[in-house]
Design a protein around this ligand. Structure first.
Ligand SMILES: N[C@@H](CCC(=O)N[C@@H](CS)C(=O)NCC(=O)O)C(=O)O
Length: 203
């Protein structure tokens, strides 16, 4: 039995989604941040960074959400990782891009709007981050031109990891209406049973 630490509404969300796509049985251990459980000796044994998510598979432990997804796919649904070296390379490219480039401005705005009380908000951080989004989202929009999915014309970890981060735009009410290809791709992904099961966990 697999054990995932964290909540579907955190960075761990992409791992819950991947577990649902892989169709593998798992149990959840939520971590009480207010009680500083993530910094407890017991949890630091699981993830020395004191962060969620982390995944246990028997005696095996892994942390860092994109790496966890690679592991889940590799172990339980390898086609999500790509069928050829070229597909696997491109899926890795998009997965890394989602956290290295796309996530940074979205998360900065999310933190300001959701966690920082209004009088203390750093409007400059919000403005600078929002300014970066059109170019980054433009890369995704162009890459999806004439395509159903990012790699190999079927749903893979590239779609899951990128769509998870694009989802932050809903939380910050960023208007995506001009991005036709991204919207069609998101609608396609939303129809998947794995996506529906994951979204139900967040409801
Ligand atoms: N790069 C890590 C980030 C994990 C992360 O920052 N998790 C947050 C929750 S969304 C956390 O546990 N924060 C606790 C802390 O930083 O003390 C991953 O993607 O797994």
């Amino acid at each position: 039995m697999l054990t995932i630490y964290g909540s579907p509404k955190s960075s761990a969300g992409r791992c819950f989604w991947c577990l649902e796509e892989a169709g593998v049985a798992y149990e959840t251990k939520s971590i009480d941040f207010r009680a500083k459980e993530h910094k407890s000796e017991a949890f630091l044994q699981v993830n020395p960074n004191g962060k969620v998510p982390a995944l246990l598979d028997g005696e095996f432990t892994i942390w860092e959400s994109v790496a966890i997804n690679n592991y889940i796919a590799d172990a339980y649904k390898p086609e999500l990782l790509g069928l050829t070296a070229k597909e696997r390379g491109l899926i890795s490219q998009w997965s890394i891009w989602s956290v290295a480039d796309l996530q940074d401005p979205l998360i900065k705005v999310f933190i300001q709007l959701v966690f920082v009380p209004e009088p203390k908000r750093e409007e400059a951080v919000i403005a600078q981050s929002l300014e970066k989004l059109p170019a980054i989202l433009g890369t995704l929009e162009k890459s999806l031109e004439g395509k159903q999915y990012l790699v190999g014309d079927r749903f893979t970890l590239a779609d899951l990891n990128v769509a998870f981060v694009v989802g932050i735009s809903d939380d910050i009410k960023f208007d995506l209406s001009a991005y036709t290809n991204i919207n069609q791709w998101r609608n396609r992904i939303a129809e998947r049973e794995g996506t529906k099961r994951y979204k139900a966990l967040c409801a």
